[in-house]
Write a protein that binds this ligand. Structure first.
Ligand code: NAP
Length: 280
């Protein structure tokens, strides 16, 4: 293996250490710990695991966390009512609506019920627009975490060719926008892309966010490229054929232990930012 493995836990721990200090300072001003409220609908086991991990991280980082667990039969308007109540609750600094929600719920309508000042997962139209315009606002956490990984390993995207595979609103689209804002030349790929292998082969930075195990083959990777695999598939498999890609890449994220830890760190960091803004 030639690539240096990007240690997402190390980068996340550094972010969390700073976040913990800021949490303590803002707790003094607020007279309470900063608080992240999570809305979890239904019984999706992966979502339950994520929510538990996030609550544990809150505890070890000096934040309070509340989980509102609603049954799978919850309607869109019931979920919206809860999110509106949390938006108006002065004891709550950040709101996370865990997704995917059950298919009958209109996720977008629920997201839009989040007060933009508490949208620490960066899912509202307001947050997305702020990111697109390069103005202040909360970023989508996985893309923000990916940029933190690049920075931690001194990868300056300026002038590099970045290929983002996947164009979801929470991952592909925003990470491409953040890379563009840092002067990368960005290409998006998706399910209708023709000759994916050839597009990926031109990339200095590859970001995979698809959800298909080992879709991106190791021999597609340009020698010396940086490979960020945000995909997570059953059996701890990413979207990139890891061992083969690591033979060619300069830097590569493992799955797990790459992108995942920084996603949670960004969520907590943005919750503290929300608390600081509310207290100032
Ligand atoms: P998503 O909403 O399902 O989007 C998947 C994207 O992949 C779509 O844009 C889709 O294209 C594209 N795609 C599907 N098949 C493709 C193919 N054969 N070739 C090229 N592109 C293809 O998924 P998501 O929510 O963005 O999540 C993607 C992956 O990232 C999942 O494995 C998820 O678990 C993981 N994830 C990880 C984190 C983390 O914190 N580590 C956070 C979020 C997501 P179309 O738009 O054309 O359909």
């Amino acid at each position: 293996m030639r690539a240096t493995i990007i240690d997402g836990a190390r980068v996340a721990n550094a972010i969390l250490a700073q976040t913990h200090q800021r949490a303590s300072a803002v707790a003094t001003t607020l007279g309470r710990k900063p608080c992240l409220a999570t809305v979890l609908v239904g019984e999706d086991p992966a979502s339950h695991t994520y929510v538990r991990m996030k609550s544990n991280r809150c505890r070890t980082t000096g934040l309070d966390s509340r989980t509102h667990h609603l049954p799978a039969c919850t309607t869109t308007s019931e979920a919206v009512a809860l999110v509106r109540a949390l938006s108006g609750d002065t004891g709550v600094d950040g709101i996370l609506v865990q997704h995917p929600m059950p298919a009958h719920i209109d996720e977008r309508t629920v997201f839009e019920a989040i007060d933009p000042g508490k949208d620490v997962d960066g899912v509202t139209h307001a947050s997305f627009a702020a990111m697109a315009l390069g103005s202040n606002g909360f970023q989508s956490c996985t893309p923000a975490g990916i940029m933190a990984l690049l920075d931690a390993y001194d990868v300056d995207p300026a002038g590099l060719r970045a290929v983002v595979v996947g164009r979801s609103l929470i991952l592909g689209k925003p990470v491409g926008m953040l890379l563009l804002a840092r002067d990368a030349t960005v290409t998006y790929c998706h399910s209708r892309t023709v000759d994916l292998s050839q597009v990926v082969a031109e990339a200095d930075i590859v970001v995979a966010g698809v959800g298909k195990p080992a879709l991106i083959k190791g021999d597609w990777i340009k020698p010396g490229a940086v490979v960020i695999d945000a995909g997570y598939n059953r059996g701890n498999i990413g979207d990139v054929q890891y061992a083969e890609a690591a033979e060619r890449a300069r830097l590569i994220t493992p799955v797990p232990g790459g992108v995942g830890p920084t996603t949670i760190a960004m969520l907590l960091r943005q919750t503290i930012t929300a608390a600081e803004q509310a207290s100032s």
